[in-house]
Design a binder for this molecule. Structure first.
Ligand SMILES: O=C(O)COP(=O)(O)O
Ligand SMILES: [Mg+2]
Length: 222
């Protein structure tokens, strides 16, 4: 691909955009829930709860299974220990992600992950899946005090890349990716295959793609 005229950098959401991580998150949740004497959640329930960081994931899982959502804060260290010990057993990049990231880098774009997943787990997964080599910056859900939909993590990624908001695009699967992107002054490409809460076509993103390999054309269409 040619370097898109409008962009020098692309900020990328992780879960539901670059990687399908639902099964490892479900298995970690189910170990935690079993320890609390609560029922297991299935994959569809897990997908519907991903997207607002680990703490909200645990809160939602407790609420759904008859536990006390208020216990989430207390249970976080245990959940993260379980999840981080085995975060990439089943987690894989979506089809065409590796090849597409290669194309974006070859076109001279700088890339950053901006995710609500805690940074330690994010870095471990990126390394395990050999995606870390593409990333010029990584901002996790606990890197700053704010997380998406707050624009602060996107601004922090741009600062680390040395890129102005006007020269970057955001890519993500959820409404908070669109909100954060717009609040930071970035156009947004939404993906339709992730863990969206609602219809991705209705989030107000400038472009909607059904496959990650459609991203270069979407970026070139601005
Ligand atoms: O950890 C989560 O809830 C998901 O994170 P992401 O979709 O922002 O990558
Ligand atoms: Mg996501």
């Amino acid at each position: 691909m040619d370097r898109p005229q409008r962009f020098d950098a692309v900020l990328l959401d992780l879960d539901g955009t670059l990687i399908d991580s639902a099964r490892d998150l479900m298995e970690a949740l189910n170990r935690l829930l079993a320890e609390q004497g609560l029922r297991a959640v299935d994959l569809d329930e897990t997908r519907a709860m991903i997207g607002d960081g680990a703490r909200v994931l645990v809160e939602r899982a407790l609420a759904r299974t008859g536990g006390a959502p208020d216990d989430a804060a207390r249970l976080m260290p245990r959940f993260l220990a379980i999840y981080e010990a085995d975060a990439s057993r089943h987690t894989r990049p979506y089809p065409g992600v590796v090849e597409t990231l290669e194309r974006l880098k070859a076109a001279g774009l700088r890339l950053a992950v901006v995710t609500n997943k805690p940074e330690a787990a994010t870095r471990a997964i990126l390394e395990a899946l050999a995606l870390d080599r593409f990333m010029d910056a990584v901002v996790g859900g606990d890197t700053l005090a704010q997380r998406k939909p707050d624009p602060a993590p996107l601004r922090e990624a741009l600062r680390r890349l040395g890129i102005e908001a006007g020269r970057a695009a955001m890519v993500g699967d959820n409404h908070h990716d669109v909100e954060a992107g717009h609040a930071a002054g970035l156009p947004v490409v939404a993906v339709s295959y992730g863990y969206a809460h609602g219809a991705p076509g209705e989030f107000g993103a400038e472009r909607l793609i059904d496959r990650f390999p459609d991203l270069p054309d979407a970026l070139n269409s601005f």
